[in-house]
Ligand binder design. Structure first.
Ligand code: SF4
Length: 552
């Protein structure tokens, strides 16, 4: 049996598609090179912008034609579907179509009704039920005898809203990959649909994250991106085991004992099973299963799940913040001589970026110095209407702290133009903020109302042409600033990670710095996936031209 994934939207979707693929591979399925010859096509969708959804509706139309052809319909058109037509002549099986991701969650009830091409709708919380979908398809083909548990009447796979993290989200052979550490968002920015579709913040237990890092090390991964809608509000469980003696007991509970606590956890291979849910009232602590055995010699890192933490067996758990998590990860990578040398994270909310987080980044070389901090706007009035919980002055203070503590860091951002009620004065405030903070780069876009969010029904919507005009002003300024900021690094000698061959010049490869800037230099494709040292000699557009240096 074969599957084909078509993925839209954010990095979390890419990670979730890769994790879902592992399920199919584990069941003996293989990846089809082309949807036209797959047994199952899975479309992982995005709802953040209406344009993203419209594109997916268009794809469903294309899949309807493909499905009709694969079913042998005499009316099916084979234009642009030659591969499928040949496959049908050779006796192809029918195609099944599944839709997962945010759009599946948003249109859970109506998608199958409105688009009969869709066989399965997999809600945001139902990815753990992919095995049931696989059972269902195999069963229909007479391949298994497992009782199908998918609701055959409506084909909708949904569950109680409990988000589950996959053990590994890396694609086979990847040297750079995403590691989801939390999901959901409690912030409810007035323009954003994410909290409605991804639910409240759920943090992955520390031990699960470390186990994934160990697996990625075995695969030779060099760089990871810790992912979440709002990573710096991470509040995950760390299982700790009190050591004999007063010092050990203190280390499990002390406020600043992340390193000690991590040592105890990694020594025992501790296992915490449940994610942590951040509620409006604080942290709702999920039941935690922990290993009971505190002895390093006798610990079994793959099993050892006792039913609950209690003082009698010396096991306990505590909540870890994002800066603590980063320190734990940095220590773990160093202590395990991991292949992972660079750690990035995304997305960060300015209101949750603490001094402690800046300090942790400054202390650890493995934590990359490219910091993405979405400002969204430069006008306090608009920031308030967006429900962002910070002011322009707050953002300036944060940027100043980052510059002082991390002088070589590159600060990048997101900027939205055309929010309802935005005036020329507000646009000027945004331009002023950009001149003051001097972002290395920015993702700039205009407000696109999403049905179901407060901003969609706000008065004083800005006309589309005006939104585009304002956006262009911001883009023009940012292009200038990007050039000027990048030029400051010309002449540096830097460690870079080689990512791919250059399309323009096959004798060149493209790499990135730890600030996430692109570098082109002469080099063989065998360097892809390795770190090398490069001198940044010049700037060509937004790409450095470099020369490889001899490594020591
Ligand atoms: S922080 Fe705001 S923009 Fe980001 S996911 Fe949450 S609600 Fe959406």
């Amino acid at each position: 049996m074969t599957y084909f994934f078509e993925t839209y939207g954010c990095q979390m979707n890419i990670a979730e598609s890769a994790a879902a693929e592992q399920k199919f591979l584990a069941r003996g399925w293989t990846r089809a090179e082309d949807a036209q010859v797959a047994d199952l096509a899975v479309i992982n969708t995005c709802s953040v912008r209406a344009t993203a959804e419209n594109r997916i509706f268009g794809r469903l139309g294309w899949y309807a034609g493909l499905k009709a052809l694969r079913a042998g319909s005499p009316d099916a058109k084979s234009k642009s579907l030659e591969t499928a037509a040949a496959y049908v002549r050779d006796g192809a099986k029918p195609l099944k179509v599944a839709v997962m991701g945010c759009m599946a969650e948003r249109l859970l009830k109506s998608l199958k009704r409105d688009y009969p091409v869709v066989d399965y709708v997999i809600g945001t919380y139902a990815k753990q039920h992919l095995d049931e979908l696989i059972d269902d398809i195999e069963n229909e083909r007479g391949l298994t005898h497992a009782a199908p548990r998918v609701n055959r009447r409506d084909g909708i796979i949904t569950e109680d809203p409990v988000y589950s993290f996959s053990p590994v989200s890396a694609e086979e052979g990847a040297f750079s990959t995403f590691v989801p550490i939390m999901n959901g968002c409690n912030n409810f920015c007035t323009y954003c649909i994410v909290p409605y579709l991804r639910g409240r913040e759920v943090s992955r237990p520390v031990d699960e994250i470390l186990r994934e890092l160990d697996e990625l090390h075995k695969r030779g991964v060099r760089e990871i991106m810790l992912l979440g809608q709002n990573v710096n509000s991470y509040r995950g469980h760390l299982h700790v085991v009190a050591q004999t003696g007063a010092a050990g007991a203190d280390s499990a509970h002390g406020a600043d004992s992340a390193q000690n606590a991590e040592s105890a956890a990694s020594a025992t291979g501790a296992h915490s099973a449940a994610p942590t849910v951040n509620t409006a009232d604080g942290v709702q602590s999920a039941t935690v299963a922990v290993s009971a055995d505190g002895s390093a010699a006798g610990a079994d890192s793959t099993q050892g799940a006792a039913p609950a933490a209690n003082a009698a067996d010396g096991a306990d758990s505590r909540i870890i913040t994002f800066p603590e998590l980063l320190q734990i990860i940095a220590d773990h990578l160093r202590e395990t001589h991991s292949s992972i040398e660079w750690v990035r994270f995304d997305s960060s909310h300015p209101k949750d970026l603490s001094d402690e987080l800046i300090d942790v980044i400054a202390r650890n070389d493995c934590l990359c110095k490219g910091i993405h901090l979405a400002v969204q706007h430069g006008s306090d009035r608009i920031l308030k209407a967006m429900n962002r919980h910070y002011t322009r002055a707050d953002y300036y203070a944060l940027a100043d702290k980052i510059r002082a503590r991390l002088p070589n860091a590159a600060l990048t951002t997101d900027i939205m133009l055309g929010f309802p009620g935005e005036t020329d004065e507000d646009v000027e405030a945004t331009l002023e903020l950009m001149r003051r903070v001097r972002f290395q780069s920015a993702f700039m876009y205009y407000f696109n109302p999403r049905e179901g969010t407060p901003a969609a029904s706000m008065a004083e919507q800005v006309p589309l042409e005006e939104k585009k005009r304002r956006l262009q002003r911001v883009i023009d300024l940012q292009l200038e600033i990007t050039q000027q900021e990048m030029a400051k690094h010309v002449g540096n000698t830097e460690k870079v990670l080689v990512e791919r061959e250059s399309r323009d010049d096959p004798s060149e490869v493209l790499a990135k710095t730890d600030r996430d800037e692109r570098v082109a230099f002469k080099g063989a494709k065998e360097l892809i996936g390795t770190f090398v040292t490069v001198r940044l000699d010049a700037l060509n557009g937004n790409t450095f031209k470099g020369v490889r240096q001899q490594e020591n």
